[in-house]
Design a protein around this ligand. Sequence first.
Ligand code: UD1
Length: 416
Amino acid sequence: MQKLAIQGGNPLRGEVRISGAKNAALPIMCAGLLTADTLRLTNLPDLHDVGTMRKLLVQMGVSAEVATNEITFKGDQINNWEAPYEMVKTMRAAILVLGPLVARFGDAKVSLPGGCAIGSRPVDLHIKGLQAMGAEITIEHGYIHAKAKKLKGARIFFDIVSVTGTENLMMAAALAEGVTVLENAAREPEVIDLANCLRAMGAKIVGDGTDNITITGVEKLHGATHHIMPDRIESGTFLVAAAATGGSITLRETRADILDTVLEKLTEVGAKITVDGTSIHLEMSGRPKAVNVRTAPHPAFPTDMQAQFMALNCIAEGSAMVIETIFENRFMHVQELRRLGAQIDVEGNTSVVRGVAHLEGATVMATDLRASACLVIAGLVAQGETVIDRIYHLDRGYEHIESKLSQLGANIRRIK
Ligand code: UD1
C-alpha cells in the first residue's frame, strides 16, 4: 500500500493550477448515458474516481476515447444497465447512473452503496424521487432495481438537501414526460455545472443554483462539449495549506465566487487574499488565528473543507469549535491529529480544538478523502517526518497532489 512521507516546516510558495472538479466531473460523465450522440468533456481531472466511473460506463457499452484531461463518450451501444457492487462500494457516486439509465432505457440495476467511513449515507431520497416519477423500484439481493416505461414529471420535495440526489433526479427529469419541480434542491456550484452541460445537450432546466429547480422533459438529448468547472475543494485545500504553513501562493484557473465562505474564514484566520480574474492569491504571515466552523449545505461552509480547517485550527492561536451538521461520523481524522500532538475534544457533532504551538511528525492513517487532505496539511506544519498510510483515498480526489505540493516547495514523497 502506498504512503506519503512529509518533512514539515516548509512554507508553500509559488503558483499552482487548479484541476477540474471531481464532484462536477462524476455526475457530468453520467450525463453521457442520456444520449446516443457524442459528449466531449474537457478539463476532466486525472483521478482514481474518474477512472472508476469511466470503467463503469464502458462496462455498460458506452464508448470512451481518452486524451489528456479529456474524454469523449458515445452512448449508442449501451446494452448493460447494471452497476455492480465491486464498483459502487469503492465510489458511492456510481449511484448517479440510476436516474439517467431508467430515464433513457426504462431499466436500471445499481448496487446499494452501503455504509462508508463518514456515516451510513442512505440513498432513500434518490429512490423516493424516482418513485414519484413513476418508476417501480424493488430492492433485491443488495441491488436497487428501477423500471419504468416512461418517467413522468413530478413535484419532489427533499426532506434533506442532497447533492447527488438533486443531480440524479435532474438527469432523470431531463428525459421524463412533462415538468418536474425539485424543491429544497441542492444549490452547490456542481449542480449548476451539471445543469449547464445538460442545457448544452438540449435539456430545459431553470432555477439551478436556487433550491427550486424546474425541468421540462424533452424527447431526446443531443451531443455537446462541456468544460468541467474548477475544483473548489482542491482550491480550498491548497489555500488552507498555504495559510497553515505561513506561505504565499497563487491558484490559477479557479473561481473565487464558488469559494465565498472558505475565503471569508481564511481572512478571519489572518490571511490576505486578493482575487484577479481566475486567480486567487493568498499571503500569510505569523501564526493563524483559530476560527469557528459549522458545516451546512451550500452556500454555507462545505463539509468537504471541515477536516482541512480542523488541521489549521490545531496550530492556531486560541480555541475554535468545529461543528459537522451533514455527516454523522466525519471526525475520523481527530484521532490521527491527536497522534501528532493536537488537542481536540469531541462531543457528538462538535469538536473543540485548542491550538498548540507545534505538531510533531508521526505515522498516521488516512480514513477518507478529505481526512487525508487534513493529514497532509498537518504533516506540512509538523516538526519532523509524518508518514501517511492508505493514501489511495487521496488519489480518489486530488490530481497529482504530491507533484503539485512539491512544486510549491513542500518536502513530500510517495513511498511505493
Ligand atoms: C456529495 C459530494 C460529497 C459531499 C456531500 C455533501 C459528490 C460526488 N459528493 O455527496 O463530496 O461531502 O455531497 O456536500 O458530489 N442523505 C439521505 N438520503 C439520501 C441522500 C442523502 O439521508 O438519499 C443524507 C446523507 O446521509 C447526508 C446528507 O443527506 O447526511 C447530505 O448528503 P448528500 O448531499 O446526498 O451527499 P452526496 O451527494 O453523497
